[in-house]
Ligand binder design. Structure first.
Ligand SMILES: N=c1c2ncn([C@@H]3O[C@H](COP(=O)(O)OP(=O)(O)OP(=O)(O)O)[C@@H](O)[C@H]3O)c2ncn1[C@@H]1O[C@H](COP(=O)(O)O)[C@@H](O)[C@H]1O
Length: 87
């Protein structure tokens, strides 16, 4: 199963190799402003799902929020260590 760390490694590789058709590459090229909006959008969807939707839907929305946070981290050039040191 994919983990936060393994997804980050995968997205880091996408950022480096820029394969055609990668949504991550497109999201990185869209810039930090667009990446931040996606984080906010997904966070809102997590909140709504937590109040009104199933565990499965909530889990899916949380996975999308984690993905969007990682895209923003890459967009700003942060590493996992930059964030983990505050946990
Ligand atoms: N985990 C994710 C992931 N989570 C969310 N998303 C993107 O976020 C979208 C869902 O978010 P929204 O709710 O905003 O849906 P939407 O508005 O219909 O989507 P968009 O129009 O914004 O694309 C999905 O359609 C994906 O584009 C993801 N895109 C990719 N990944 C993983 O990232 C890795 C690299 O993916 P690629 O860069 O596409 O190769 C792969 O392992 C993927 O599984």
């Amino acid at each position: 199963m994919k983990t936060f760390d393994s997804l980050f490694a995968e997205l880091t590789e996408r950022a480096a190799t820029k394969p055609e058709g990668s949504g991550t590459v497109a999201a990185l090229e869209a810039g930090v402003h667009a990446q931040g909006k996606k984080v906010l959008e997904e966070a809102g969807e997590v909140w709504i799902a937590a109040e009104y939707e199933s565990d499965e839907k909530l889990s899916e929305e949380i996975s999308q929020l984690l993905y969007r946070l990682q895209v923003l981290m890459l967009g700003r050039g942060l590493t996992l260590e930059d964030v983990y040191k505050y946990l």
